[in-house]
Design a protein around this ligand. Structure first.
Ligand code: GLY
Ligand code: MN
Ligand code: MN
Length: 424
């Protein structure tokens, strides 16, 4: 409210309901910005922030109570309860929005709104502004002079996690870590990737959580497909399995990857690659320190991976030259991490102007180096081909350095071997 200031109005629509196919909706997921401000998870809602409005600065439009619809769709809060339970100062039925919202816009000089995310709502908002402009020439109505991206303000707030937000992230991490343990314990050759996926989904749902993104369950060559999601192959003896899966607690996401041998024993080649990735991850985590810039963990991971691949003879030449020319990207083609929060690839700028952003306490990021040697990689000995390894953990920047929120989940090769197959 302070950032918007007097003379401004902030407008945040809820996420629309989306159809999957005839009469079937996608599971409803509230818009992250809307939920961050409101904590309200019903569709067809609009939050309005109107600093200085005497009748109430925080206004929520929501669905009206409707006993008949509630029989089909479940209970609705209605305007009374969004005031008593969600802290709105004032509330109206969504059906009245065309009568009320233009009046709120008319009183503002600046509209703070994120264009381009919700095209249907963009069109409605433009319609209200156009109406005010038309009326302006006839009846002294007033259209706002400025549109300002609300997302930019909100996303900077969302980048710094409060204690309560860290609590949500910790709960999401704990459940995802439990799911990884369970999947490793149940793993054995002959299962299908979807059977492993089912362990995650059951573990998430039995804790009341939802997957934060489509789980990636890639065995053998599929471990080298970065966003693999078909999850329909049979696990073969002697292969690796890479699982990247996380869940949401109150819309806060965990995002964790582990890679393990399907039969519980790393082959010498798998273990060699695994150890390079682990070394890269440890080097990157050590660089997650307040005052370091965003790219330092990535630079540390790249150094460790290039040195390791040179040591194994998979890359040839001087590490410095390989880093300069970027040829390591054949095997490590993504960045070492991203911000983590209500969106798995969370909001927040990575650069300020031309400079990488400094890490500060309260920021949360993933650290997820990987090496992927696709089958058929030219110039690479066959014994390395088809090996894909990623190790991903969720990390909170603290005053003295960082805290790996998923620290308790095994990642040392011996720990992993000791766990895989124990409940198969
Ligand atoms: N699961 C997507 C990622 O790791 O970024
Ligand atoms: Mn991930
Ligand atoms: Mn990630």
């Amino acid at each position: 409210m302070q950032m918007i200031g007097l003379g401004g109005v902030g407008i945040l629509p809820a996420a629309p309901v989306r159809l999957r196919n005839r009469d079937v909706e996608y599971p409803y997921r509230q818009d992250s910005d809307f939920y961050y401000i409101t904590g309200f998870d019903e569709p067809e809602s609009i939050a309005v922030l109107a600093p200085g409005r005497p009748q109430g600065e925080y206004i929520l439009f929501c669905r009206d109570r409707d006993p008949q619809r509630e029989t089909w769709e479940g209970s609705r809060s209605g305007p009374e309860r969004v005031v008593s339970d969600f802290g709105a100062n004032d509330a109206f039925p969504i059906g009245d929005v065309d009568d009320i919202l233009p009046g709120l816009i008319e009183q503002a000089e600046r509209v703070h709104y994120t264009l381009g995310v919700n095209p249907e709502f963009d069109a409605r908002l433009i319609g209200w502004v156009a109406m005010l402009r038309r009326r302006g020439s006839l009846a002294a109505a007033h259209a706002p002079d400025e549109f300002i991206a609300l997302g930019h303000m909100l996303h900077d707030l969302r980048l710094y996690k409060s204690r309560a937000e860290v609590g949500c992230l910790q709960r999401a991490v704990a459940v995802a870590a439990g799911a990884h343990r369970r999947a490793m314990a149940r793993c054995r050759p002959g299962l299908h990737e979807y059977e492993i996926e089912a362990e995650y989904l059951h573990e998430f749902r039995r804790h009341g959580m939802q997957p934060a993104y489509l789980p990636i369950v890639g065995s053998g060559p599929n471990a080298c497909v970065l966003h693999y999601s078909a999850n329909n192959r049979q696990l073969q003896d002697g292969e690796l399995l890479l699982v990247d899966a996380g869940c949401e607690s109150e819309l806060y996401a965990s995002d964790i990857t582990r890679t393990w041998p399907v039969n519980g024993r790393f082959s010498p080649e798998q273990r060699a690659i695994y150890e390079v990735v682990l070394e890269a991850q440890q080097a990157a985590v050590a660089a997650v320190v307040p005052g370091n810039h965003w790219n330092e963990p990535h630079e540390a991971a790249v150094h460790a991976i290039v040195r390791g691949l040179c040591r194994l003879g998979i890359l040839e030449g001087s590490p410095a030259a390989i880093i300069r020319d970027g040829s390591y990207r054949r095997f490590f083609m993504h960045r070492t991490g991203h911000w983590l929060g209500m969106d798995v690839h969370d909001v927040g700028d990575y650069k300020v102007g031309e400079q990488w952003r400094m890490l500060e306490p309260g920021m949360v990021l993933t650290v997820e180096p990987g090496i992927y040697i696709a089958a058929g990689s030219r110039g690479v000995a066959r014994r390395w081909q088809g090996i894909g390894v990623r190790i991903e953990d969720d990390v909170l920047v603290t005053r003295g350095g960082c805290e790996v929120l998923s620290q308790a989940l095994p990642r040392e090769p011996e720990q992993i071997e000791a766990l895989v197959g124990t409940a198969a």
